[in-house]
Design a protein around this ligand. Structure first.
Ligand code: G6P
Length: 612
């Protein structure tokens, strides 16, 4: 959600800023802009639309500056337009700012500034912030650094900001609270970005700036301070990220690349964690807090979007295997509804990015109340990963397609490992039952590959449904979350209105939508619910819905109702959802392509939602 980049060093700033924005485009793509310091003035260029439109404008210009900032926007305050795109000048044009986040009390500050004669060209909170800083500087005759500190103490909300100034031609000022900020250390050069993807090509040494910190960045010097003006020693982290993982390679789209990576990413999540011989699951994060896990009476899972669907799956399997009550909450609801959390309770945040603002804030509240925070996170070193007591990394690699695919199967896999480990600690199921799951887990990557190898069949299915305005996804039990996630994928990538429902519950509403034009996808692998699910299939069949069934191999029953059956390999019933979501991801992908849509960057969506 909004991406920021900055460069200060020995080379021209423009190539890094442009490339960096392209790498971060998944964070927001309604408009973009850049600012460079050139001989006593700041030059700003911005454009509504994708980065390629800004690139066209920039390529006709001459570039000489070695200090610059760039921004890709996901609109919060003000419609997407050239006017509301970042960067913004201050009124004197001596300062320019880019910002990721929301300044909640901007309206009142704006009014005060207007009364003092400040003019605003945009509807944004960001333009208010830069003028607020300028006003403090002018009225108090203080340095830019001090006025920045004063302003940040007075604003409410979230921010990651970069500021350049005509009076400080050798410095970028940066600050963060709630929105991510990474600084790469090069040779007399600093690379700045919202995440490490623009930086990894140039250096593997980075500093993750923490909340309430200000960075004063020159080409050969980096000073970190807190808002109280105390200097902080920067902690250098080595990036564990390869440039190849953030390139499309042979693929046209990240979405397909990431779907097809799943045999490997699921394998990476399992790697070194399964011990069949000793019937054990190796998860050091759980082992460290074993007593607390043994005694806990309640688990709460919080997440947003696709990660929330993984959370529902987590509830089903943890309650089945470990016999502990599990609540699943949207992080955005949890943080405001005054939830009951007691010392010793376990809170499991699930997040791909590790930066989702609602999840982050919800964790902070539960942590204060004494909960053990055990994260299931993809991005190592992310803000959420850093505030958890312990957790499991999903090791899904960088996910760039805005609609989550491989991160979801990584989350499900991590939840299975966690559940088995907890069941071992609680002795809630037999070792034999655990070994059965481990046995099936080991062949999961090969089974996922088998599904991907049959993707042409899903392409043909897509041709039959892509013109539908609505769709319904139905599943039961462990595959109820698959129905939710399948529908979400279709909605996000193709703009078809799709609903996911527990199959029996559809009688209480969605059945009214059913006619011969409505594609209805049933997720129907062999499990305890299958017989019941077939009754629901009959109910849709009787009303002439266009039935698609995801079934296990050898389930010939499915063919009685439709020719549109996609077979997935047989597995353990709790692992079926890791297989059954793959054809649904591919179906959405192919429908999106048939509709000539940008499947990697669906309209209005952002990958990393760093505002509430
Ligand atoms: C956005 C993304 C989704 C993601 C959700 C939660 O909406 O587009 O793909 O599931 O945020 O993000 P997280 O990074 O916390 O899993």
């Amino acid at each position: 959600m909004c991406g920021i980049v900055g460069y200060i060093g020995t080379d021209l700033a423009f190539p890094f800023v442009l490339k960096g924005l392209k790498r971060l485009e998944y964070r927001g793509y309604d408009s973009s802009g850049m600012a460079f310091l050139n001989k006593n003035q700041i030059d700003i260029t911005k454009s509504v639309g994708k980065i390629s439109q800004l690139e066209d404008l920039m390529l006709s210009k001459t570039h000489t500056s070695k200090i610059g900032i760039g921004h890709t926007r996901w609109a919060t305050h003000g419609e997407p337009s050239d006017r509301n795109a970042h960067p913004f000048y201050s009124n004197s044009k001596k300062l320019a700012i880019i910002h990721n986040g929301i300044i909640e009390n901007y309206a009142i500050i704006k009014k005060e500034l207007q009364n003092k004669g400040f003019q605003f060209e945009s509807d944004t909170d960001t333009e208010v912030l830069i003028n607020f800083i300028e006003n403090i500087q002018q009225e108090n005759q203080v340095s830019l650094e001090k006025s920045l500190r004063i302003a940040l103490q007075k604003i409410r909300g979230a921010y990651c900001i970069l500021i350049i100034s005509v009076d400080h031609p050798d410095t970028i000022f940066a600050a963060r609270k709630g929105s991510p900020l990474v600084i790469g250390i090069g040779n007399n050069t600093h690379y700045i970005a919202s995440d490490a993807s623009p930086i990894v090509e140039f250096t593997k040494e980075v500093i993750y700036v923490n909340d309430y910190q200000i960075a004063i960045i020159k080409s050969d010097e980096l000073i970190l301070k807190n808002l109280g003006n105390e200097t902080i020693t920067p902690q250098i982290t080595k990036l564990d990220l390869e440039i190849t993982s953030i390139d499309k390679g042979i693929y046209d789209d990240f979405m397909l690349k990431e779907i097809e990576e799943q045999p490997f990413t699921v394998f990476d999540c399992l790697r070194g964690r399964l011990d069949f011989k000793n019937c054990n699951i190796k998860l050091s994060g759980v082992e460290e807090f074993e007593q607390q896990f043994k005694q806990t009476q309640k688990i709460t899972i919080i997440a947003c979007g696709t990660s929330w669907h993984a959370g529902i799956y987590g509830k089903y399997i943890i309650e089945t295997f470990c016999r502990i009550p599990v609540e699943v909450d949207y992080a955005s609801e949890y943080r405001y509804r005054n939830p009951i959390i007691k010392k010793g309770d376990i809170l499991i945040p699930i997040s791909q990015s590790g930066e989702t603002a609602d999840t982050l804030t919800a964790i902070e509240a539960a942590k204060k109340d004494g909960a053990l925070i055990f994260g299931i996170i993809n991005v190592a070193g992310s803000s959420i990963a850093r505030i958890c007591h312990a957790g499991i990394y999903t090791h899904s690699g960088v996910e760039i397609g805005v609609a989550s695919t491989k991160a979801y199967t990584g989350q499900l896999t991590a939840l299975v490992l966690f559940t088995l480990k907890l069941a071992l600690i609680k002795e809630s199921i037999s070792k034999q039952q655990i070994l059965e799951v481990i046995d099936h887990l080991q062949i999961l990557p090969t089974q996922i590959q088998k599904i991907i190898d049959q993707k042409d069949q899903l392409k043909s299915m897509a041709e039959k449904i892509y013109a539908a305005p609505n769709m319904l996804y139905l599943g039961r039990g462990f595959n109820f979350p698959t129905a939710l996630e399948g529908a979400l994928k279709m909605k996000e990538v193709t703009y078809i209105h799709a609903e996911g429902y527990p199959a029996a519950e559809m009688k209480h509403g969605p059945i009214a939508l059913v006619n011969e034009n409505l594609p209805v996808v049933f997720i129907a692998p062999k499990d305890n619910y299958l017989e019941k699910l077939y009754s629901n299939i009959q109910e849709i069949n009787a009303r002439k819905g266009k039935i698609i069934i995801i079934a296990n191999e050898q389930d010939t029953n499915a063919l009685q109702y439709t020719n549109e059956v996609f077979y997935i390999p047989n597995s353990h019933e709790i692992l079926n959802p890791i297989l059954s979501i793959i054809p649904l991801q591919l179906l959405s992908y192919f429908v999106g392509k048939l509709k000539h849509l940008d499947v990697d960057k669906p309209r209005n969506l952002a990958k990393s939602v760093t505002v509430e």
